[in-house]
Every structure is written in C-alpha cells, then in structure tokens.
Design a protein around this ligand. Structure first.
Ligand code: ZN
Length: 328
C-alpha cells in the first residue's frame, strides 16, 4: 500500500512538472484570482468544516464527494493532486485515511491541517508543510499498526471543533484582513458542536451501560462519548474495514450477539457493505434490533457537517429509545 502511494506520488510529480511547463498551474499564492483562500479537503465532510469557517472568503473544494463507495479506497487522479498543489490550505483526515493527501506535492506556503494529528495532540500538524518536508513527514509519524487508533476523526466532535479553530488560524494567516470573520465562524461552528455534545450526554444519561455493535469502527468516538459500549468482536471490525474476510469465530460470535439481542442497536456503515455485513443486517432485522445507518461521507441531500451529525445523533437516540421500549 505504502509502496503504491509512493509510486503514485512519483507519477503525480511528473504530471505536475508537465503541467507547470505548459503554464497551466496557478501562481504560488494559494489564493484564487478573486482573492479567496484556495482550500482543498480530502472529503466533503472535511470540506464542510472548512466552508463553515471560510464562508465567502474561502474557495473550498473536496476530492471525494460520493455518497457511495469507500473513501478508504479512493485514489486521487492528476486533476485532484493539481488542486492540492495549488491550495493555500489543505485539510486532511490523516492517520492513513487519505494518505494520498499527505503525500501529494503541495504549494511551498501551504498550511496543512491534519485532523488525526490534531486529535493526537501533535502541535506541529498545521505548521507550514511544503514539499521539502513531505517525504520525511509521511513515513515516520505513523508507527502504530493500522487499526490501533481509530482514524475516523470526523466522528470525534471535540477534534472536529479543534480542527475548525485550526482552520480559522490558517485562513487568518492567509487572509489577515478577515481574521475576525474566520474566528467568529469557528466560534459559531463550535457552538453547534456543543449542542451535539449535549445530545450525546443526554444519550449517556438515558442509557447507562447500553451495548451496541457496529460493522466497522466508524463511529467509535461518537459511541464512546454517548457512553455506549461497543461489544462487537474487534477482529470483525478490523477485517471489514480492511476489506478482508473476518474469521468464522468472530462472525459466529457477532451473529449470536445480535440474534440474542445482546446489543441495543447495530451501527451499520453503508459505505463498507459486503455479504458479511448484509448478513448482520438481516439478523438484526429478524431479531428486532434497531439499525442505525451511518456513512463516511455525506449521504445524498446532506451538505453540512452539523446537519449530518445531528441526524446521526438523532438516529442513534431513536434506535436506543426503540430498543429500550421493546425489551421492557
Ligand atoms: Zn471507515
């Protein structure tokens, strides 16, 4: 995998070199021709956070915008990497979720915001990270085994709120005249994040000790904050996320867990579906275990991070209420 991204990186660099020679690359400012900060994010989820902060003074684009498919498996094309190269601010998930963004060549003045590193408390994550540092940065920082730390940072509301603040810092550096505007927007975004924190606290208060299962560790941070105990065998989640077949033992244990109603809800990632997850869905339906559909990127019709997570939290609240009623 790492070898592949390195090979792709070389191809990309060549493509970009040709682009520069042909004069189709923008200047080095990281600004659009109409004076907005050019921001590129790996997915529409991170782009939405950047839009909430940047508003009318940022030109935000996302590379992965599909409501289907698996963003883990996305591979950037030459057009995508050219966008990264031209951006003044790059917002990425990190933690191997969007490695193509980490390795893509960037404007030497680009500010890179790595959500995973921010969550992990890496103070250097949003420093200037031009091409000079890329090769050293990518290989050394992530010594943990894949799956050891949950990389779905966009389900960690505290980290997302902090990412919004870091985006405000970055945009202010690029466009100092609008610093107050960016800070106000980040503040308003965090007010909405705080409302979601309150809803999760309400779930925790109403469902002490509740257990749930999920088909991959997608919503781990959200569930933890809601006080829900994810009792899915870890081997099953890791296999689904890696696109591999889980062991027969983990599958059997999970089937038993759901059919025996050992969980109050099944959290279902609609963007990592295979025969195994479909079987879990059928068992949950049969056993009367409520299913909460969650996604990695916005479902169609959703364009806003807060709306998306509010709907997710409300779906979780409803599922737990339904299962509480049916077991009493
Ligand atoms: Zn995932």
């Amino acid at each position: 995998m790492a070898t592949w991204s390195r090979l792709l990186g070389v191809t990309t660099a060549l493509t970009l070199a040709i682009g520069v020679a042909a004069g189709c690359s923008s200047d080095d400012s990281g600004m659009t021709s109409d004076g907005k900060v050019a921001v590129v994010a790996s997915t529409n989820v991170w782009a939405s956070v950047a839009e909430a902060v940047g508003g009318e003074h940022a030109d935000v684009s996302a590379l992965y915008t599909s409501a289907d498919g698996d963003p883990h498996e996305f591979e950037a094309n030459a057009k995508d990497t050219a966008k990264v190269a031209d951006a003044g601010v790059v917002v990425l998930n990190g933690g191997h979720y969007d490695a193509y963004m980490e390795s893509a060549p960037k404007n030497s003045d680009a500010i890179v915001i790595n959500a995973f590193d921010i969550m992990e408390g890496d103070e250097h994550s949003d420093e200037h990270d031009g091409n000079d540092h890329d090769s050293g940065h990518d290989e050394g920082d992530h010594s943990h085994a894949p799956g050891a730390v949950n990389e779905h940072v966009f389900y960690n509301l505290t980290a997302v709120g902090e990412v919004a603040n870091r985006i405000a810092n970055a945009l202010s550096e690029k466009d100092p005249a609008n610093e107050q505007y960016f800070r106000d927007n980040a503040g308003a975004f965090n007010d909405q994040i705080n409302e979601l924190h309150a809803e999760l606290a309400a779930i925790k208060a109403a469902n002490p000790g509740a257990t749930v299962a999920q088909t991959e560790p997608l919503a781990g941070y959200l569930l933890a904050e809601a006080g829900l105990d994810d009792v899915t065998p870890a081997g099953l989640q890791d296999a689904v996320e890696a696109g591999q077949s889980p062991s027969a033992r983990d599958v059997a244990a999970t089937h038993e867990l759901i059919s025996g109603r050992g969980v109050r809800a099944l959290i279902y990632n609609t963007q990592a579906v295979d025969d195994g997850t479909k079987a879990l869905l059928a068992i949950a339906d049969k056993a009367g275990v409520p299913v909460v559909d969650l996604t990695e990127t916005f479902p169609s019709g959703v364009t806003n991070y807060i709306d998306w997570q509010r709907a997710n939290v409300e779906a979780l609240t409803s599922a737990l209420a339904a299962s509480a009623n049916s077991t009493r």
